[in-house]
Structures are given as C-alpha cells and as structure tokens.
Design a protein around this ligand. Structure first.
Ligand SMILES: Cc1cc2nc3c(=O)[nH]c(=O)nc-3n(C[C@H](O)[C@H](O)[C@H](O)COP(=O)(O)OP(=O)(O)OC[C@H]3O[C@@H](n4cnc5c(N)ncnc54)[C@H](O)[C@@H]3O)c2cc1C
Length: 355
C-alpha cells in the first residue's frame, strides 16, 4: 500500500463482497483510506490518477454492488478518534468522526448518560453512512439530532455546515478556499466577502444548507456519499458530525437501547448477511415488508439470495449469492407488489450497479 502525502493511504481494494453486509460485489480499481481530515483536498486528483469513479463507503451495510471488476475508486475512512462531549446551554454536543461505528457512538452516549440516539440501537454502519442515509428507527431520525457537519467536495471545499437549530441565517463556515462559488447567494452585508473564503469565515447561502428526508440527505443541494456512483459526480464526503443530546439517567438510556435492540432481533434477520430493508415504505400504513409478504415474496429465493422468512423486506445472501440474482429477485418483487397492491416500491438500498 502506497502512502500519498497528507495521511492518505492508497492501495489495492478488497472485493466489495468483503466490505458489504450483504457480502456481494466485485473488485474496485483501488481504494483510498483517509485518517481524519488531513489531505482531503487531494482526493479528486488522486481519484483521477487512479482512474475510476469515486465511491464513498462507510461500513457497507446499505450497499448492493455489482459482480465482477468495478470501475470504482473506494474512499474509506478509518478512525482511532472517539466521540467527544461538550456542554452547550441546555444540551450536550457530541462530536463524532464519520468513520466511527454507529453502535460505538450509541454506547458512548449511553455511558455518558446522554439520551436521544436510543432509537437507532441495533442499526449497523458508521456515523457517516447513518447521516448520508438519514438512518432512522422507532421514531428517531439521525438528521433531526444534527447541529453541524464537516464535509468535503470539490465544489464545496472543506466546510463546516450548521444544520437544524444552528442554521438560523442559513450560514456555514468556510474552512478552506472556495471552489464552487455558484452555491453562494450573498446577502448585501456579506457581499464584499464573496469568493474570498478563508479560514473560519462564515458566509451566507440562499438555500437550506442541509435537507434530510426519508432515508436521504442532501448538503447544499448535493447528495451525500455515493447512492449510485456516476461519471462526473464527486460525492459530498462527510468527515465529522456534531449531535445535540440531552442528559438522562444512564440506566434509562441503556434500558431503552436494550428494548429497541431486542425488538429488532425479534422481527428482523439482523445477524444474516443483508443490506437492511431493500425498499422504502411507500406509505406509513403500507410497510414494504407487509406488501412483499402479501405479494408472496416472503421466503422467495434465487441463486443463493432469499427474501427473509422473518421479515420479507430483507434480502439475505445465504452464501454463494450474486448481485445478478439479487437484482432479478428485486425486479420480481417490485412487479409482484405492483400487481398485488398497485404500490410501486422504491429502493432504500444504494445500488452500485450499471457503471
Ligand atoms: C440488519 C440491518 C438492519 C438495518 N436497520 C436499519 C434501520 O432500522 N434503519 C435504517 O435507517 N437503516 C437500517 N439499516 C441500513 C444501514 O445500516 C444504515 O443505512 C446505515 O446507516 C448505513 O451506514 P454505513 O456506514 O454502513 O453506510 P454504507 O452502506 O457504507 O453507505 C451507505 C451510503 O452512505 C454513503 N456514505 C457512507 N459513509 C459516508 C461518508 N462518510 N460521507 C458521505 N457519504 C457516506 C455511501 O456513499 C452510500 O451512499 C440496516 C442494515 C442492516 C444490515
């Protein structure tokens, strides 16, 4: 493995079947491993030199990737940093690196007696992947707890972006030189600063800095990460997130996490090789799992892949499965549900196929 300047590591990528929860996917061109924020500005040039589409991966728990050789350069984050806590008025702010496993963040919050994240207990993945997917469960969506994000993309540069309650005035802090100025619509009192950028300067934008919707997140109009890597797109990379939590009894927080995890274990095949729920629920009273079950897809199998007999929304690799078989089953399921109930199911998983 070569070491590029600024703490980036470049090397041979393992096949995605070794990096994804569903154990599917072929071999990317290369991978770039980031430790912290140092050198992040070099990513676009490095990806271009390596010759592939940039594809950001967290813990791979929500990705189904194509079989065979893949024209992708993976961008992966490793972290030895822990979550840190600081009081901020009535709330406690938790800063977490994007590469931190989500369960580690939840356990750290519980150990500190901080509530808010418990509904996410039992969701695998990284903090970065959870924010990119606006992960949610039991009435909690991670986007609603965010106060600020540090992101990088060639268009945005390296930026700290304030979200939610912090977003009053629609501002964000520029941590480096401006690259994509077209996102700015300066208000008169700041117009003199337009285009100068510079360390720590806060600049206004015309639209909401972040938008969180059902299993999707956007940052200044751009999607986070790589829902489907495509030519010409450089993803918005999340490097760090700050959440607002509230003080609570440690035992109460731990008890709620245990209860939510137990509920998940009872209803979902959480230890099987899967990418979580394949489809979004088309309506609150029409969960995809129930629609799939009613359409006869529960337990349906093909080429090593099966719609789980425990929860029909989960497509499981029983061993020896392929992406081709997964996609065929997914298409069959969409058609079966359309015929049975008229709903057109939309995919929740990120499909890294068709490059
Ligand atoms: C058993 C099981 C149960 C699950 N239950 C739930 C659930 O209850 N609720 C729920 O919402 N999800 C659930 N999931 C789905 C999944 O765990 C979440 O979406 C998780 O947050 C994804 O995190 P990840 O790190 O694995 O992301 P990945 O799968 O690696 O990536 C997902 C997307 O995020 C992007 N991404 C990852 N890291 C970053 C980053 N640092 N910056 C920018 N973009 C990034 C990727 O490019 C990709 O587009 C479940 C999955 C499994 C396998």
């Amino acid at each position: 493995m070569k070491h590029a300047p600024h703490a980036l590591r470049i090397g041979d990528a393992p096949p995605l079947s070794e990096l994804t929860g569903i154990r599917l996917g072929g071999k990317p061109v290369a991978e770039i491993v980031l430790q912290g924020k140092a050198g992040v500005e070099k990513l676009p040039d490095l990806v271009a030199e390596l010759g592939g589409l940039p594809a950001v991966i967290g813990k791979g728990s929500n990705i189904i990737a194509a079989d065979g050789d893949l024209p992708l350069v993976l961008i992966r984050q490793e972290t030895r940093e822990k979550a840190s806590f600081a009081r901020h008025g009535a709330e406690v702010r938790v800063t977490a690196p994007a590469g931190l496993p989500l369960p580690v963040l939840l356990n750290a919050a519980a150990a500190a007696g901080l509530g808010g994240l418990e509904g996410l207990a039992g969701i695998p993945g990284s903090v970065g992947g959870a924010v990119a997917m606006n992960a949610g469960s039991f009435g909690t969506e991670i986007g609603s707890l965010l106060r600020s994000l540090t992101v990088f993309s060639p268009r945005l540069g390296l930026r700290e972006i304030r979200t939610g309650a912090e977003q009053s005035g629609d501002s964000f802090k520029c941590l480096g030189p401006l690259i994509g100025e077209d996102v700015f619509r300066p208000c008169p009192e700041h117009s003199g600063e337009r285009g100068k950028g510079g360390e720590g300067r806060t600049l206004p934008v015309g639209s909401a800095a972040t938008e969180f919707s059902y299993r999707r997140a956007r940052c200044l109009g751009l999607p986070f990460g790589s829902p489907a890597p495509a030519a010409g797109d450089f993803p918005v990379l999340l490097l760090e997130a700050v959440f607002a939590l509230s003080e609570s009894e440690k035992d109460t927080v731990r008890g709620r996490m245990r209860a939510f995890s137990a509920e998940k274990r009872l209803r979902q095949p959480i230890s099987a090789a899967s990418a979580g729920c394949v489809f979004k629920n088309p309506a609150p009273d029409a969960p995809a799992g129930r629609l799939l079950e009613e359409a006869g897809m529960k337990g349906r199998a093909l080429g090593g892949m099966r719609f789980s007999s425990l929860h029909a929304g989960f497509l499981v690799n029983e061993g020896g499965g392929s992406c081709a078989a997964a996609l065929e089953l997914i298409d069959t399921a969409v058609e079966a549900v359309r015929r049975h109930s008229g709903f057109i199911l939309e995919k929740e998983v990120c499909l890294w196929v068709g490059h």
